[in-house]
Design a protein around this ligand. Structure first.
Ligand SMILES: [Zn+2]
Length: 170
């Protein structure tokens, strides 16, 4: 949702395979400038399946965060589930484990947290955690959704926490 999805069954395993989607950095900048806090919640079963290491993923996260900051955005925290889908863990979306972890660590009010996602599991995770889900798709990209949100916010004088989501596993 922030980056191009690799083909089914493939993973973004190194920075050279990571490609921001058009408007993604701009969306992060607008959210930051508007006072929203951004965290990322992603399933990374490629680690559990032995296709990449946590070091590989952390390198990608470090570079993502640096590029976001260079563009005026800020990623406060990145949560990921490293487990294989057979593992039965509590963190892999659609389970809400990572969202509850973010709630505890970032002191979020989940009922006022927006979860932007492009996957059914994102929507289910948001429901399971009591977040507001914003569906992002090819027809309506993250940047369009963020612009809509900020227009609404301006109109209503509302204040929300935002949660962006990245899922580089299909
Ligand atoms: Zn997990």
């Amino acid at each position: 949702m922030l980056n191009n999805r690799p083909p089914q069954g493939a993973y973004v395993r190194r920075w050279s395979e990571f490609k921001w989607l058009p408007g993604a950095l701009e969306a992060l900048r607008l959210l930051n400038q508007s006072g929203y806090r951004v965290a990322i919640v992603s399933n990374q079963a490629g680690i559990g399946r032995g296709l990449m290491t946590e070091t590989d993923l952390q390198d990608i996260h470090t570079r993502m965060s640096a590029e976001a900051e260079a563009a005026g955005g800020r990623i406060e925290q990145i949560y990921y589930c490293p487990h294989d889908w057979n593992h039965g863990c509590e963190c892999r979306k659609p389970k809400p484990g990572m969202l509850f972890q973010a709630q505890r660590e970032l002191n979020l009010d989940l009922s006022r947290t927006m979860f932007f996602g492009d996957d059914e599991r994102d929507g289910e995770a948001a429901d399971n955690a009591g977040c507001v889900f914003v569906r992002v798709s090819e027809e309506k990209s993250l940047i369009e959704s963020v612009r809509d949100l900020l227009r609404t916010q301006t109109a209503e004088g509302m204040e929300h926490h935002a949660k962006a989501n990245i899922d580089n596993r299909p």
